[in-house]
Design a binder for this molecule. Structure first.
Ligand SMILES: [Zn+2]
Length: 87
């Protein structure tokens, strides 16, 4: 899968809300002015499927049910940042 294909999948999933359009730490945990707490585990391999492309094993995990490949995660973060800048 190319980066562009992953990006297209991401946008689709963010639009239908099956994928977060914010980083979880920002969504649930941070208040303005506080340092962002990223609640993620890196390394793996984790047995969960990738939230973006459904492949496994994955290398980044935010909770027991939310995991991504390292590459899908990087592209997702980039998409989230781009989106926040636009809002
Ligand atoms: Zn993936």
């Amino acid at each position: 899968m190319t980066d562009d294909e992953i990006r297209a999948l991401l946008h689709e999933k963010m639009l239908d809300r099956s994928l977060l359009d914010q980083l979880p730490a920002i969504a649930s945990d941070s208040r303005p002015g506080e340092p962002t707490r990223i609640l993620a585990e890196f390394g793996g391999p984790f047995p969960e499927s990738c939230a973006v492309c459904a492949g496994k094993p994955t290398q980044v995990r935010y909770s027991p049910t939310f995991a991504m490949h390292e590459r899908c995660h990087a592209i997702w973060q980039e998409a989230v940042m781009t989106r926040r800048r636009r809002l």
